[in-house]
Design a protein around this ligand. Structure first.
Ligand SMILES: Cc1ncc(COP(=O)(O)O)c(C=O)c1O
Length: 462
């Protein structure tokens, strides 16, 4: 697993100074597309939008927008047309696959433990895991932690899944316990193919899972590992060949690349042997009245017209986030996260959600509750009165979030940060929570189609 670079590491002061200079330069290399004019408040003012919802969908990188603007005039069918624009679009699509392959450190040749990797374009992490659930060998035992996002927890039990036994492991008390529990479950599993599914960084707590150790333990038992890297790759470099993980899933829209693309990358043997994920054009080589000859990878699992703009967007993000850029971005985010967490924990009645304790390494995500202020009210007031966007609820990881909630709380607020986050945003969020704790909301809020909304709402947002 790529080492997490601590914010104030023991590196020489010269390299720390060099990093600080590079971190400052990142603002031009990694910038996001923003709306002019800010966002409206119920008071009638406009403020710069303090977006703390990167973990749901990250804004578009300017480099991604530029790549899309360049590709759009040539937008045409992929792998289908003889015309110039179709040829250009096909080339862009396949170049995008190579960018993603580089970004994920795919294995281009089979190694001792299996086959070379394929890169399959899908719609996102949910799609990727569902594809793998239908591609594992029939009867495969799947071991998964209860803490997973629903996208990684549920596809194995879907009627279309080829998994046999699904073992759900309870929330481990420590990273070491996670490794031990996974190894024991895989050792006890019936003979035959086995797969461990693990998230690299939790979408609830931001905590980083010991992927390297889990891969080692699983491989020692002859099992494979799929890593849900949806929340990890926007913050830190991930490599299939370095970690030894067998599969990885990610979502473009969490990696600053909107337009509906995602990826499942990993060992091609199971994917080649499986029936196509979708039946339709592109996945076929020949169809007769009596027979269908399916295509090889990756087209085998990419039936339908490929999402070329989604692929171009994702590739542009992958090309922006080199290992160095992401590592520097992580240093920048770690400082902002530290500022946010220490600000929040200094407020009376605020409790952070954590599985493995405050000191455990994490990406830029913090979920918390505030005594006396329900999460939905807090989120609504932060938006309407302060121009701050957070997420509230159970974050599609119900078992984990419910387990971590302190008594008396039904939901939590999640603040997640990224490329466009500034110190002012962090200070505004901390100040707003402190204000709301001290004085409560200044506006009335009522249920409106299942969400709390200001009443009246003079912002005219919709
Ligand atoms: C850890 C994790 N896995 C999977 C997903 C699902 O991603 P998508 O909705 O893009 O399929 C999410 C989305 O929040 C996530 O945070």
């Amino acid at each position: 697993m790529t080492t997490v670079i601590p914010f104030d590491s023991t590196r020489s002061s010269r390299s720390a100074a060099r990093d600080a200079a590079r971190v400052a330069e990142l603002r031009t290399e990694c910038s996001i597309v923003t709306a002019d004019g800010g966002v409206p408040l119920v008071t009638g003012e406009y403020v710069d939008y303090a977006n703390f919802d990167y973990a749901a969908s990250a804004p578009c990188l300017t480099g991604v927008a530029a790549a899309l603007a360049e590709a759009l005039p040539y937008y045409a069918s992929v792998h289908r047309g003889a015309g110039h624009h179709s040829q250009v679009s096909t080339d862009s699509y396949e170049r995008a696959r190579r960018s993603v392959a580089r970004f994920l450190g795919v294995r281009t040749e089979a190694d001792a433990s299996g086959s070379a990797d394929a890169v399959v374009f899908v719609r996102g992490t949910t799609d990727a895991v569902n594809l793998l659930a239908r591609a594992v060998p029939e009867g495969c035992t799947v071991v998964v932690f209860e803490s997973e996002h629903h996208a990684s927890l549920l596809p194995w039990e879907h009627p279309a899944s080829r998994a046999g036994k699904v073992v759900r492991l309870p929330l481990p008390e420590t990273p070491e316990a996670a490794v031990a529990a996974a190894r024991a479950a895989l050792a006890e599993a019936p003979e035959g193919p086995r797969l461990l599914c693990v998230t690299a960084a939790s979408n609830v707590t931001g905590e980083i899972w010991p992927v390297g150790e889990l891969v080692e333990a699983a491989h020692a038992e002859g099992a494979r590992v799929v890593v849900d890297a949806a929340q990890y790759v926007p913050h830190l470099p991930f490599s299939l060949s370095e970690t030894g993980a067998d599969y990885v899933a990610l979502s473009g829209h969490k990696l600053y690349a909107p337009f509906g693309s995602g990826v499942l990358a990993g060992r091609s043997d199971w994917l080649s042997a499986a029936a196509p994920y979708l039946a339709g054009g592109g996945a076929t080589r020949r169809v007769t009245e009596h027979d269908v000859v399916w295509n090889d990878l990756p087209a085998r699992h990419e039936a339908g017209s490929p999402n070329v703009l989604g692929a171009v967007a994702l590739a542009a993000a992958c090309d922006t986030f080199t290992t160095e850029t992401l590592s520097l971005q992580h240093i920048r985010e770690a400082a902002l996260l530290e500022r946010l967490r220490s600000g929040l924990t200094g407020i009376e009645g605020v409790h952070e959600l954590t599985l493995w304790g405050a000191e455990h390494a994490r990406v830029g995500i913090v979920s918390f509750v505030v005594d006396g202020l329900p999460a939905d009210l807090l989120a609504a007031a932060l938006s309407a009165e302060y121009g701050i966007g957070v997420r509230d609820g159970l974050f599609c990881a119900h078992p984990l979030t419910a387990h971590l909630l302190p008594e008396g709380h039904a939901q939590a607020v999640r603040a997640s940060l990224g490329v466009g986050t500034t110190e002012e945003h962090v200070d505004r969020l901390v100040g707003a929570v402190a204000d709301l704790v001290a004085r409560g909301p200044r506006w009335e809020y009522a249920d409106c189609d299942g969400r709390l909304a200001p009443v009246p709402d003079p912002r005219n947002v919709l």
